[in-house]
Write a new protein. Structure first.
Length: 292
């Protein structure tokens, strides 16, 4: 694998990593939308449950109304029948049935009254929930629009990266590209890894035989790691300017040399001053002796 082909595969891998990151960012918008919409969704769920319950209670109310109407009709017929009975036994039977129907009507009417009260309260609750849901929807709309715009930008970025990747891949060696895609199709993120300084795979850090290391650094053949299966590439060039600080060391020592010279000059000055003092002292002693 030549230097250029190795560089191309590593560049393709960098593109794929950027595409993977862009897809990850897009996927992260779903929980963010859920977080923003959660208060409104809770209200919407409560509103839906309340409306369903309200509908069921209205159906129950209608059923009670029909039952009461039917029993009232039956009571009227029993009243008419009671007026035409021929004996006491028949009168007692009709009267007992009539009393039973009346009690049933009273029970149904009481149940209907209770149900009407519950329906009224549920209607009030539904109206409150609708108002709260409308308010929550209005408040979250700007944030939802912002997230929608951000997700659209992320999708456009992903499409641009995919188009760039597709165009770049057309210039690669077909066999090597097929091998590269096969490695990544297994769910792997890394398909190309450089050798470390000590000759190990940069992905799994398994040692590579010396012969294969030489072929990787100088050969034309695509070689894969025997341990993890990634494509092995020679290390990239060292960054330029790494030795620059060493060249500046002589300049860094110049101040020390200057300080040494200054110290030597100071010592000479002190010595000269000491000699002058001694000379003056000798002259004074000679003058004293002459006077005596």
């Amino acid at each position: 694998m030549t230097e250029q082909r190795r560089t191309d595969l590593k560049e393709l891998q960098r593109m794929d990593l950027r595409i993977q990151e862009a897809r990850k960012r897009i996927a992260e918008f779903d929980p963010r939308f859920e977080e923003v919409e959660e208060p409104a969704l809770i209200l919407e769920g409560d509103l839906g449950t309340t409306k369903n319950r309200l509908q069921e209670m209205k159906l129950e109310e209608r059923r009670l109304e029909l039952a009461v109407d039917e029993k009232r009709t039956r009571r009227e017929r029993l009243d008419e029948r009671l007026g035409s009975v021929r004996n006491l036994r028949e009168e007692a039977a009709v009267s007992a049935e009539l009393e039973m129907v009346k009690r049933s009507i009273q029970n149904d009417e009481q149940e209907a009254f209770t149900l009407l009260d519950q329906v009224r309260k549920l209607e009030e609750r539904a109206a409150e929930l609708e108002a709260a849901f409308a308010e929550a929807t209005e408040l979250l709309e700007p944030r939802r629009k912002e997230l929608t715009d951000q997700r659209a930008d992320a999708k456009r970025e992903l499409e641009s990266l995919q188009a760039e990747r597709e165009s770049f891949a057309k210039g690669l060696d077909a066999a090597e590209l097929k091998t590269y895609d096969a490695i990544r199709s297994g769910g792997r993120t890394i398909a190309v890894a450089e050798l470390t300084e000590d000759g190990a795979c940069g992905h799994c850090f398994g040692m590579v035989p010396l012969q294969l290391q030489n072929e990787i650094r100088h050969g034309e053949v695509l070689i894969r790691c025997e341990s993890c299966g990634v494509i092995l590439a020679a290390p990239g060039p060292e960054p330029q300017g790494a030795a620059a600080p060493a060249k500046e060391e002589p300049k860094a020592s110049e101040p020390a040399a200057d300080e040494g010279a200054e110290a030597a000059e100071a010592e000479k000055a002190e010595a000269s001053a000491a000699v002058a003092v001694e000379t003056d002292a000798s002259v004074e002693d000679d003058e004293d002796q002459e006077e005596e």
